[in-house]
Design a protein around this ligand. Structure first.
Ligand SMILES: *Cc1c(COP(=O)(O)O)cnc(C)c1O
Length: 369
């Protein structure tokens, strides 16, 4: 889409993503492997491209949220395991063997639907089982796990490949819920002693080897989001987001900028209007708060972010770098995803997944070492 005349470009460094996967893999306890979570179109970066690069790096297991995401990922990844975290429904169960997908069973209803489907197919069918260890989102309760573990017809029809759970506060090392969830998970998984286990996503990996089990499930950290709340980011940045300057104007003091006239110039100023707005994921909360990068300088956003346009105060910047047609960086060496998120009052995850379809995705590298 708009590939020929892009006004905004997201450059995705696939080698850096692969490098982040290797970096995480190298810190896992022996025997533990890293899968990759590529839901929401690979956190907005392009699930197919990102997954192929991760596969080149050695990743063999991928998690998505929905069945439709899994089916489209299968087209890009003929090999490799794909797990569907939202779980199966009776109405679409047949799509799983058709595309060689594995469901995550999150409730007794999903477990029963999958058991019935597997029994009808006449053979054991693989699945993962999610335990709710204290987040109250998806998964069966520990009591329900006990119930399920005692059901011979379930064990006969369903081949459990993974028991998993998800941590609510893993970006806070000292949060007591981490250990509580760990204990509840340990108890529940002991009901399925021969089955591999997984608890940690990006941040959970940094809680240490106790939290690693057989598989970890990083997503955001692969894409350069800082998995550590209070420490410098150990991950490599993988993105550059650029948008084109459409118009430049020199104005006097006291001139209003944008909807609502929320900014007035405090002196003579040069303003650059840039082709990106909240429809592209440049969140409106960045109004009068965010920055762009030109060369090695930051320039402030002035006025409200509008749907397709944002204005920057480029006073004092070299004219050649601020001419119409030049690009300015919205994510760059001085503006990490986390910095942009902070200025927008959100998290890097939301910044990435909000990046809109008008932005042309440009890929560099392949993921090969
Ligand atoms: C999204 C998700 C992940 C990945 O989380 P990150 O914080 O992006 O690493 C892992 N497991 C589950 C169940 C998820 O929903």
């Amino acid at each position: 889409m708009n590939a020929h005349f892009p006004e905004a470009i997201l450059t995705v460094d696939l080698n850096a993503i692969a490098g982040n996967w290797r970096f995480l893999s190298a810190r896992l306890k022996p025997g533990c492997r890293a899968a990759a979570v590529v839901k929401a179109d690979g956190y907005g970066l392009g699930a197919s491209q990102v997954s192929r690069a991760l596969q080149q790096a050695g990743c063999a297991r991928f998690f998505v949220a929905t069945l439709e995401e899994a089916i489209s990922l299968r087209a890009a990844l003929p090999q490799g395991e794909i797990l569907v975290m939202n779980g199966p429904e009776a109405i679409s169960a047949a799509e799983y063997p058709r595309y060689r997908l594995m469901p995550v069973l999150n409730s007794l209803e999903q477990a029963e639907a999958w058991r019935q489907f597997a029994a009808r197919k006449g053979g054991p069918l693989a699945a993962a089982l999610q335990i709710d260890s204290g987040m109250s989102r998806l998964g069966i309760s520990p009591a329900e796990a006990t119930e399920l573990a005692g059901q011979a017809d379930f064990a006969k029809a369903v081949e459990l490949k993974l028991v998993m759970s998800h941590l609510a506060c893993s970006d806070r090392h000292d949060h007591p819920l981490n250990r509580q969830q760990w204990q509840i998970f340990n108890q529940a998984r002991s009901l399925f002693p021969a089955v591999e286990a997984s608890l940690a996503s990006s941040s959970g990996i940094f809680l240490g080897p106790d939290f690693h089990y057989d598989w970890v499930r990083p997503g955001a950290a692969l894409f350069g989001v800082n998995p550590l709340r209070e420490a410098p980011n150990p991950m490599a940045q993988v993105l550059r987001l650029q948008a084109k300057i459409l118009q430049v104007r020199d104005v006097d003091e006291g001139i209003a900028v944008g909807y609502g006239a929320s900014h007035r110039t405090s002196g003579p100023a040069r303003l650059a209007t840039v082709a990106m707005g909240y429809a592209d994921g440049l969140l409106r909360t960045l109004s009068n708060r965010g920055h762009g990068q030109i060369g090695d300088k930051l320039v402030p956003m002035v006025g409200r972010v509008s749907m397709d346009l944002t204005v920057f105060d480029v006073t004092g910047m070299p004219a050649a770098e601020t001419a119409p047609g030049r690009m300015i960086d919205l994510i760059g060496s001085l503006i990490t995803v986390d910095k942009l998120a902070k200025e927008a009052g959100t998290i890097g995850y939301e910044i990435l997944t909000a990046l809109g379809p008008r932005i042309h995705r440009h890929y560099v590298g392949s993921g090969a070492a």
